[in-house]
Design a protein around this ligand. Structure first.
Ligand SMILES: *Cc1c(COP(=O)(O)O)cnc(C)c1O
Length: 362
């Protein structure tokens, strides 16, 4: 089988040049006589990889000097607990913006540790839009505000950064990190599982403002304490060495394309192709409100569950795979992260037209 256009929400496509470079370096990395995955994380050759990876990420995202970059394990879901354990230790209050399933899970986890409250929710409209800035209700003495910037399952994103005053803003950016420039200084902490837009599964990146370190509750597991990881350069224990190496190759690729401004233009062009098609026909319906449309995860339905099923299976036979929507929402979802080429979206739109023509609705 040839390589397919993989619309999976995660783990998802990686740039072909990254995979080729990793393949070329697989057996013998830069004359070390071994693969990166066989190396001691304390060896000079590996230290160079992780040091460069951090420097490249700082360059790509223009991370200010008063932020630490941590390369961790456990997935974004572990951060649902790490965030309250590390930060919910002043008033014991935290406000959660509920915009989808992941932010709701994070909220539920935080409730185990203290007074977590919903700052707003769009559950009543099945998360088809993110809460508006006007609807957000924050407590001035909260230890932090938590949000999910791009809602992978529902296909929505925030087009504004909530104004939280002096309360640190924590953002789950798992499915949008590196898709466009972000002003890191507006956030106290950003976290992202790497398997959507950065690397393979197994790596979670945390970008945290230094003044938020060292506030963890006494019972915080050592492994989840950001300060432990910051003080040890993410090497308190063995970091996910190979995933960090792949992330480094991805950061190099983004820089070679011209950085995040360019990445954003490419992503906007891809998303526009799909949304413009959706807006110009009436066979498929895009359930998300226009003002909240995600640039990374595009959801649509035919309105007929059997047709949706047929769509996903026939598309797969044409090399357009993983278009089935999340089990909790149904329909279709095309995840078009950085590594999805424009040609992949063109092929998808061509398929959608064919499918609509061949499967008239009764
Ligand atoms: C995928 C995803 C998660 C869960 O990530 P894991 O690494 O599987 O724990 C959390 N938040 C968002 C926004 C995601 O897209």
């Amino acid at each position: 089988m040839e390589r397919v256009y993989n619309f999976s929400a995660g783990p998802s496509m990686l740039p072909e040049c990254v995979l080729k470079k990793a393949a070329a370096q697989m057996m013998n990395y830069e004359n070390s006589g071994m693969s990166v995955m066989e190396m001691s994380h304390r060896s000079p050759v590996y230290e160079k990889i992780i040091t460069e990876a951090e420097a490249l990420l700082r360059e790509v995202m223009q991370i200010p000097d008063n932020y630490k970059v941590l390369f961790l394990q456990g997935g974004a879901s572990t951060q649902f607990a790490s965030v309250p354990l590390n930060l919910m230790n002043g008033s014991g209050k935290a406000d959660y913006i509920l915009s989808g399933q992941f932010s709701s899970k994070a909220y539920k986890e935080a409730q185990k540790y203290g007074d977590a409250q919903a700052a707003a929710s769009t559950k009543d409209i099945n998360f088809s839009a993110v809460p508006t800035a006007e609807s957000l209700q924050f407590r001035a003495d909260a230890d932090y505000v938590h949000m999910c910037f791009n809602n992978t399952i529902y296909g929505t994103k925030f087009y504004y950064v909530p104004e939280t005053g002096s309360v640190p803003l924590v953002a789950d950016m798992s499915s949008c990190i590196l898709s466009e420039p972000v002003d890191v200084s507006k956030f106290g902490l950003i976290y992202a599982g790497a398997q959507k837009n950065m690397s393979a599964a197994g790596l979670t990146v945390v970008i945290v403002r230094e003044d938020l370190l060292g506030k963890a509750r006494a019972e915080t597991p050592t492994m989840l304490d950001y300060k432990t990881m910051a003080d040890n350069g993410s090497m308190y224990n063995t970091p996910p060495t190979y995933c960090i190496y792949i992330a480094k190759l991805v950061y190099e690729w983004i820089l070679s394309l011209g950085g995040l401004e360019e990445m954003k233009k490419l992503n906007e062009k891809k998303a526009a192709l799909l949304y413009d098609y959706l807006d110009g026909q009436d066979y498929y319906v895009a359930p998300v409100e226009k003002a909240s449309r995600s640039m990374m995860n595009v959801t649509f339905v035919t309105g007929d569950a059997d047709l949706d099923k047929k769509f996903a299976s026939e598309a797969a036979a044409c090399g357009l795979v993983n278009l089935k929507g999340h089990r909790s929402v149904g329909g279709m979802r095309a995840s078009i992260y950085n590594a999805m080429p424009y040609e992949g979206v063109e092929a998808l739109v061509a398929f959608m037209k064919e499918f609509a023509k061949n499967n008239p609705k009764k």
